[in-house]
Design a protein. Structure first.
Length: 122
C-alpha cells in the first residue's frame, strides 16, 4: 500500500502542480506547519514541514489532521493531501459517498463519522 501511495503521490503532485496556484496556509501553522502548498478548487496539496510531526503518536496526528481539515472545510477545502519530505503521501482527506470525510493517515483509514477505523481487508 505504501508503494502505491508513493507512486500516486508523485503522479498527483506533478499533475496537480501544473494546474494549481500557491496557497498561503500560515494561519494554520499553530496546528501543523506546511510548505509548498498548492490549491486548485476545493483541493490542497502540501508538504509537512513541522518538526513535531515525527514525534507525534498516530492518535495525535489523527487529531491534528481532523482539526486542520475541519478548519480548512470552513474555507471550502474538501480534499487535502499531505506529503512527507520524500514526496510520499502521508495524509489524504476526502469526502466519502455518504458525506463524511475519509482520512488516510499512514496506512490506516478512518471514517470521520466517529473516526472509526475502517477495515481495509488486510
Amino acid at each position: 500500500m505504501g508503494i502505491a501511495l508513493g507512486v500516486f503521490g508523485s503522479v498527483a503532485s506533478s499533475v496537480f502542480q501544473s494546474k494549481a496556484s500557491s496557497a498561503d496556509l500560515t494561519e494554520y501553522e499553530q496546528l501543523l506547519v506546511l510548505k509548498d502548498a498548492l490549491q486548485k478548487d476545493d483541493t490542497i496539496n502540501a508538504y509537512v514541514a513541522d518538526p513535531r510531526w515525527e514525534e507525534m503518536t498516530e492518535s495525535e496526528r489523527r487529531d491534528v489532521v481532523v482539526e486542520l481539515s475541519d478548519k480548512l472545510a470552513l474555507d471550502g477545502i474538501r480534499r487535502l493531501t499531505l506529503f512527507d519530505d520524500s514526496g510520499v503521501v502521508c495524509v489524504a482527506v476526502a469526502p466519502s459517498e455518504n458525506g463524511n470525510r475519509v482520512i488516510l493517515l499512514g496506512q490506516e483509514v478512518y471514517d470521520q463519522s466517529g473516526l472509526e477505523q475502517k477495515d481495509e481487508g488486510k
